[in-house]
Design a protein around this ligand. Structure first.
Ligand code: AQP
Length: 320
């Protein structure tokens, strides 16, 4: 089984990215041939500063390794080190109906928030399809927000196969872990870089605490009982706590007598402790930047050789 996933270097890694994609992907590296990549072509749709892009890419490589990506098990590479993927994207574009892309929520959502409506942003799902299809991927671990793009990938692959030959491209299956499919941000909307509501994994401790203190709550007074079910504090806490710990926190909400500040402090300590080991590994890796470069170099070589083989088959099929 081949597993594939990617993440854009368009900002700092946040809890949504980690729980929705990175952690499940890393767990899956034991179950098949894993291909994980830094989606730098994709991030050109939103990241316009070259220095920022370079720095985010470097950070993401360290993040992945610190979080447990094992280069002995997974092929880890930069998307732009496999330029064949852009050739496949063009070929896929030629079988993709405009209507299919026009229906994509992500484009409408991003342009409604002021991101320039470039052709790249519109055609993003086609490049994503190429990313997946060029490696004959079976399984794609992603968050809920990518479900529609996976459906588009399957539609495009089917159209390509209908035109050029059955079985040419493999139809992938998404793997969406229900508990972490849409991690809420500070304001309860989906945690997202472009909503400015993220909690970043590698934020310094003081900044992390400050962020958590900004989680939106209602104005119930300290002494009054509080509803745990609608609380974003509880929603985030349960992602890191045991069932018993979550039940105990909910009881404290219902009992009254404690303010939201206390509960935020409990959440802060939980997150801080949960990531203590990962943060330490990240610091060690920062001092050995060549390690990540080496891993990416080897990964690019392996990924590119697979992509080239696919493209030989595809180029012949379209009549080149
Ligand atoms: N809040 C989230 N909950 C669960 N999964 C999430 N993902 C992102 N946010 C959440 C998953 O992270 C992976 C990487 O996605 P990406 O590189 O496309 O980043 P993104 O979706 O663009 O992340 P953002 O922060 O949401 O960025 P913008 O602001 O650009 O939309 C994907 O698998 C995604 O599902």
């Amino acid at each position: 089984m081949r597993i594939l996933s990617g993440i854009q270097p368009s900002g700092r890694l946040h809890l949504g990215n980690y729980l929705g994609m990175m952690q499940p992907a890393i767990q899956l590296q034991d179950e098949g041939e894993a291909y994980y990549f830094i989606a730098d072509y994709h991030s050109l749709t939103t990241t316009t500063d070259p220095e920022a892009l370079r720095s985010y890419s470097k950070d993401l490589a360290l993040d992945f390794l610190a979080c447990g990506l094992d280069p002995g098990k997974a092929v880890f590479f930069r998307q732009s080190d496999v330029p064949e993927v852009t050739e496949l994207a063009w070929m896929l574009s030629c079988v993709t109906p405009m209507g299919l892309l026009e229906r994509c929520h992500s484009f409408k959502d991003k342009t409604s928030r002021g991101i320039a409506a470039s052709h790249g942003l519109f055609a993003y799902p086609v490049l994503m399809a190429a990313d997946i299809l060029i490696y004959d991927s079976d399984l794609v671990p992603v968050g809920q927000d990518q479900k529609q793009h996976l459906e588009v990938t399957r539609d495009i692959a089917q159209k390509f196969n209908d035109r050029y030959g059955d079985g040419l491209l493999k139809l992938p299956t998404p793997r969406i872990r229900s508990e972490t499919a849409a991690v809420p941000g500070l304001d309860g909307q989906k945690m997202s870089k472009s909503y400015g509501n993220t909690i970043d994994l590698f934020e310094p401790e003081k900044a992390l605490r400050k962020k958590i203190m900004r989680i939106v709550t209602d104005s119930t007074p300290v002494e009054a009982p509080k509803d745990p079910d609608g609380s974003y504090i509880v929603q985030l806490y349960q992602l890191f706590a045991t069932a018993e710990e979550t039940a105990a926190l909910k009881d404290q909400f219902r009992a009254g007598g404690r303010g939201y500040g206390d509960f935020k402090q409990i959440l802060f300590e939980k997150i801080r402790d949960h990531f203590a080991g990962i943060r330490e590994s990240r610091l060690e890796l920062e001092n050995q930047p060549w390690k990540a470069e080496e891993v990416l170099h080897h990964g690019a070589h392996k990924a590119r050789s697979v992509a080239r083989m696919t493209m030989e088959r595809i180029r012949a099929a379209v009549g080149f």
